[in-house]
Design a protein around this ligand. Structure first.
Ligand code: HEC
Length: 136
């Protein structure tokens, strides 16, 4: 009984230490390339977007951001390039507090959304680079 309690306490302490360590790595992460931009974008998406659009992008109270209909829907909003998607996000999302995130956060979330929808930007990108990326 005693042994069980202390081992489950160790488990909790271990999990906390791991969470702190991961948080530390996260905060200190240096953007080395597109994969880091996507990974950071995923965390930002979960924090700022998933409550309405769903953790797996499948939609909840707000439309799905993945799958066949996604680019069709964007196109109906006159969003034809990655830069236009970025501009749209910055101007309108998160729905109740548009523009609340930094330019870098909007950029990384854009990278994450495109990656999830099969678009490989090819390498680390800046906001300016998004102009040349035509959406399907
Ligand atoms: C409070 C809920 C809410 C949050 C949080 C939110 N959205 Fe939205 N989002 C919506 C709603 C509602 C719409 C539909 C708006 C419309 O039709 O004009 C939408 C539409 C969109 C669209 C267009 C989808 C399409 O099919 O045309 C995109 C892209 C999008 N959101 C991305 C994001 C991103 C990225 C974030 C986080 C930075 C975010 N949203 C946060 C509610 C939300």
């Amino acid at each position: 009984m005693v042994g069980k309690t202390s081992s489950s306490r160790n488990l909790v302490v271990g999990a906390l230490a791991l969470a702190l360590f991961t948080g530390f790595l996260w905060a200190g992460a240096i953007v080395a390339g597109l994969s880091d931009q996507i990974a950071d974008g995923e965390g930002m998406y979960v924090d700022n977007c998933s409550s309405c659009h769903g953790k797996n992008l499948g939609g909840k109270s707000a439309p799905s951001l993945i799958g066949e209909g996604f680019f069709t829907s964007l196109s109906s909003r006159n969003i034809e390039t990655a830069k236009e998607l970025y501009n749209y996000l910055k101007a309108t999302m998160p729905y109740h507090r548009p523009g609340a995130l930094s330019d870098q956060q909007y950029l990384f979330i854009t990278c994450f959304l495109l990656w999830q929808n099969g678009i490989d930007l090819g390498g680390e990108v800046s906001v300016g680079d998004l102009k040349g990326v035509q959406l399907p």
